[in-house]
Design a protein around this ligand. Structure first.
Ligand code: ZN
Ligand code: ZN
Length: 323
């Protein structure tokens, strides 16, 4: 299976947590948390269409200005999703600059915040000098973003303040059966992308594809596509260790291919973790194991462990691999 999401952390675990996900075959990327993103090159920044912010503590939101500056002349909108208050946070950041010379610029920022019941939507558009425009509320059914072939779900966690956990899931994965393709005498080519797109968008069976001067219906071509479980990547940043949070996280991230999870403190500093509303590395390992996650990546370590940089991962993996 060729995964469609290519994912990586931008920074080291002692720096701001930011997960960058490239969508294969699209000039597009998703970003989970908006901390320091200076390591992204201009083309990496240009691809970002959607940003998912867990909460607006400075280590998760300070990259807003860098992204804004990079995208000012882009005509593709930027969508930002976050917890309650993110609209106010964006408005506050934009209010820190003077915008009298940007009316010709195309950038449109669509901001969405959820309290777990509904999604509030406001727009900030360059043509309107980034003054806030409120749109209608939408009901929230667990997904903050739904696209034709993937969705992003969120849960509202407690980190003394509301903090969102996110999970990105491809609806299903389409593998082209090369042997079946050969049997039908069909060539590999751009038509396959069209075909896959049609499956994702569930076009009717009579849709026609023209391949090398011959025509085929969707129904005739069905046999070349193997449909398998889609890719799932989850992202959990700052969260208190209370029972309710942990249950919500496990339900959200169940069976993820990869989980990115904070491991801010070691278990020996559990009191500190409870006091600062963070997870311990051991808890991160336990959560990943309970949720049958296939691959755990721990991130966001307290600077206190710089002298023993491997300790958080070691502790998390010990718990995760426990049988
Ligand atoms: Zn925080
Ligand atoms: Zn943090």
């Amino acid at each position: 299976m060729k995964p469609i999401f290519h994912h990586r952390l931008i920074n080291s675990p002692f720096e701001d947590p930011c997960l960058y996900i490239r969508i294969l075959r699209e000039k597009r990327a998703l970003l989970f948390d908006l901390g320091d993103i200076n390591r992204l090159d201009p083309s990496g920044l240009q691809k970002i269409t959607d940003v998912f912010v867990t909460h607006t503590h400075i280590d998760h939101f300070i990259g807003f200005d860098v992204l804004l500056r990079a995208l000012l002349r882009r005509d593709i909108p930027l969508r930002i999703f976050g917890p309650v208050n993110i609209i106010k946070g964006i408005e506050g950041k934009l209010a820190g600059y003077t915008w009298n010379l940007i009316k010709e610029y195309p950038l449109r920022i669509e901001a969405f915040e959820t309290d777990g019941n509904l999604i509030r939507h406001s727009g900030f558009y360059a043509e309107n000098c980034f003054n806030r425009i409120d749109h209608e509320d939408m009901p929230f059914d667990g997904a903050v973003l739904k696209e034709s072939y993937f969705e992003v779900r969120s849960v509202s966690l407690i980190h003394q303040i509301p903090c969102l956990g996110f999970s990105l899931k491809e609806n299903f994965h389409i593998n082209i059966d090369k042997a079946a393709l050969n049997r039908m005498g069909l060539p590999v080519g751009p038509w396959l992308s069209e075909f896959k797109k049609a499956i994702r968008e569930s076009h009717d069976e009579s849709r026609i594809f023209k391949i090398m001067d011959k025509t085929y219906t969707m129904k005739e071509l069905r046999g070349i596509a193997n449909i398998t479980e889609g890719q799932k990547i989850s992202y959990i940043a700052d969260s208190s260790m209370d029972k309710d949070n942990i249950e919500k996280i496990i339900a959200l991230i169940r069976d993820s291919d990869t989980l990115y999870c904070e491991a801010y403190f070691l278990e020996e500093d559990k009191e500190r973790a409870l006091d600062r509303h963070h997870l311990t590395a051991k808890t991160a390992g336990m959560i990943a194991k309970e949720a049958s996650v296939k691959n755990l990546v721990v991130m966001h370590f307290s600077p206190k462990y710089r002298g023993c940089p491997d300790a958080p991962e070691k502790e998390a993996m010990m718990e995760y691999n426990k049988r």
